[in-house]
Design a protein around this ligand. Structure first.
Ligand SMILES: *Cc1c(COP(=O)(O)O)cnc(C)c1O
Length: 399
């Protein structure tokens, strides 16, 4: 029996590991297995490797070796960065934070928690294309602002924010600037010094590295606080025996990603643009997020009159693994907070489709998606009472 071809286009959720990352991990399970905190030679070999990896990571983002703290991934790095800046602010009586209304939940939920603890947060509204300006940030900063946290690139609509300019504003106003760069690092050029970044969160599994590992860059001079208490690992800022195998995998994956960035971006942009053109031929469809200022591999569209979840399930049956980008968890049918932030009406935001490519995807994949999505959309519209009302003119088309 011929096995069905699966087209994986949900790389913003996670990626398959690259062969180099898998190979890089192997020696750290049975050969270099020591605990870097041990004083004997087996431990010290591990310690040396750990610090080599830290230097390599620093080099990839224009940081210094001692400014890199390994974490369990992007969520932990976001939590630690934001909590640290909040605690530092609190010491000086600063309890105000500036962010946006379309951050990842690792940021938004940390901010919500801080609000319960007495902090005030200004959520800058993104415009209809999913962008904010440095000027908006500048105007929101107050004398009691402890932190600005704005994501580098959005995980749902793929927009790339003006990080360097926002960083410049924060430097001038002497406010700590954190960015969740989980969707950016390994995909678009990131340099913390050139882009005026004080703190930056990264996760390996978004660039073909292993899951459960990432890092936080924290500029020298910004005093990081612990989330996890225990031993003195990570310069005393993050306790727990280091996952050297995962770190090795992350370093290998990031090296490959950085070396091939230009080539990959070119390829992905071509796939992306072809898919956008194909999908927008569907009547009453729209692209979400800025047309040009977006990640090379991100396509996010809405189709009026359908449910994104039904679309996903039917596409899955055709071997296409995509995402609605919507936070439809535990039975709640709330549409994505990101699409609502862009100003889409609830009914429209429900009909979203996010396709996120990796360099493994091909033009044939795009052709197949362009062939299948219109059929599924048409099928769903034919059985949709909402679509019937729209067609009969009983309610107006919104897109
Ligand atoms: C995936 C993702 C995270 C979470 O990273 P984990 O390593 O899965 O914890 C945070 N922010 C953004 C923008 C993401 O895309």
């Amino acid at each position: 029996m011929e096995s069905k071809k699966i087209i994986y286009v949900d790389n913003a959720a996670t990626t398959a590991m690259c062969d180099e990352a898998i190979a890089a991990m192997a020696p750290y399970f049975k050969e270099v297995y020591g605990n870097p905190s041990s004083l004997h030679s087996i431990g010290q070999i591990a310690k040396e490797e750990l610090e080599n990896f830290r230097a390599k990571i620093a080099n990839f983002i224009g940081a210094e070796q001692r400014e890199i703290y390994f974490t369990s991934g992007g969520s932990e790095a976001d939590n630690q960065a934001i909590r640290s800046a909040a605690m530092l602010g609190e010491i000086k009586g600063k309890r105000h934070i500036v962010s946006t209304n379309f951050e990842h939940h690792a940021v938004l939920h940390t901010l919500k928690r801080l609000q319960k603890e007495g902090f005030e947060v200004t959520y800058l509204p993104v415009d209809c294309n999913g962008l904010i300006t440095a000027k908006q940030v500048e105007e929101a900063i107050r004398p009691d602002t402890a932190l600005v946290t704005v994501m580098f690139a959005n995980n749902e609509v793929g927009t790339i924010l003006p990080i360097k300019e926002i960083g410049e504003v924060c430097r001038a106003k002497k406010v700590i600037f954190h960015t969740d760069a989980v969707q950016a690092v390994g995909h678009v050029p990131v340099n913390v010094k050139e882009q005026n970044i004080d703190m930056l969160s990264v996760s390996a599994h978004k660039f073909h590295g292993p899951k459960g590992v990432g890092f936080l860059y924290c500029r020298r001079g910004v005093a990081l606080k612990n989330l996890i208490e225990g031993g003195a690992q990570e310069r005393g800022k993050r306790a727990g025996t280091e996952n050297l195998a995962a770190i090795a995998g992350m370093v290998a994956a990031l090296r490959i990603a950085v070396e091939n960035m230009e080539k990959n971006a070119k390829k992905l942009t071509a796939l992306r643009d072809k898919l956008i053109e194909g999908l927008l031929k569907i009547p009453h469809s729209k692209l979400n997020g800025d047309r040009l200022c977006r990640l090379p591999g991100n396509v996010n569209t809405c189709f009026e009159g359908i449910e994104g979840e039904s679309l996903l399930l039917l596409l899955d049956a055709k071997g296409i693994c995509a995402s609605s980008g919507s936070a439809c968890t535990s039975g709640s049918l709330d549409p994505s907070h990101v699409l609502l932030a862009l100003g889409l009406p609830h009914e429209v935001a429900h009909g979203s489709l996010r396709i996120s490519f990796s360099e493994e995807n091909t033009e044939e994949d795009v052709d197949y998606i362009i062939q299948e999505v219109p059929k599924v959309v048409e099928y769903l519209r034919n059985i949709s009472p909402v679509w019937e009302q729209l067609e009969k003119g009983e309610r107006p088309h919104l897109i």
